[in-house]
Design a protein around this ligand. Sequence first.
Ligand SMILES: [Zn+2]
Ligand SMILES: [Zn+2]
Length: 276
Amino acid sequence: MPTKMSVRFWGVRGSIGCPGPSTVRYGGNTSCVEVRCGEHRLIFDAGSGLRMLGNALSEESAHVDVDLFLSHCHIDHLIGLPFFGPAFVKGNRLRLWAGNLKAAGGVKQTVRKLMSYPLFPIEIEAAQGTIEYNDFTPGDVLTPRPGIKVMTTALNHPGGATGYRVEYGGRAMVYITDTELSGDGVDPALLDLVRDASIVVIDTTYTDDELPEHVGWGHSSWQQAVRLANEAGVGKLFLYHHDPEHDDDEMDRIAEAAARMRPGTMVAREGLAIDL
Ligand SMILES: [Zn+2]
Ligand SMILES: [Zn+2]
């Protein structure tokens, strides 16, 4: 069995999609990351980037079978789900996972809420594919497929969110969005989640200069992420969930400054793919 692991970014923005000439290089779609573990496809978040990923999966295979993990259900992380083509095709299978929705009645109820009158023209029940709904508690360890271990932890975000660590074939990829890293000392559970990971993708909506105006908003700065990565000995850091107000030139400046502070650090952009 092949143990190749790779990551591809389909949407890297936070809060709202921001297409246009000033965001064309880094991309305007919201959160969506594909992780391939051998034959298996894992997806993190159902932002607007999920639509293009769905098209690519349908082109690649007549039978799509994927696990989709939601960090949380703020609209920028869920809006792509009704446009995920493979879910509407008979024979395909979509396994949804979410870790902080029990108070909202679970992930199924949440999807039904989004796809209901007067917000959306069709209900999720119109999907011809098989959809599985899996609720869990942050802190649980999941085994979505044989050989793939997914650790989870609660993040610091209004309404809650879940961070994930995927372990496969001796490598680890961590996905953390949305979260507000604290100024004084990192949450030990979060430190455990990222420790020695090969790749960490993390919410860096702001710069340190912008943070004071956004206390309590549930997001972090790229400088905080760099400090966390250094403390936890992670391999490569990817800045993610970019502020829609940061245009390509601003993202270039952040990329340069971050790479100076921690060599190898990269700003995630749509279409970027990495083999672990
Ligand atoms: Zn978000
Ligand atoms: Zn959020």
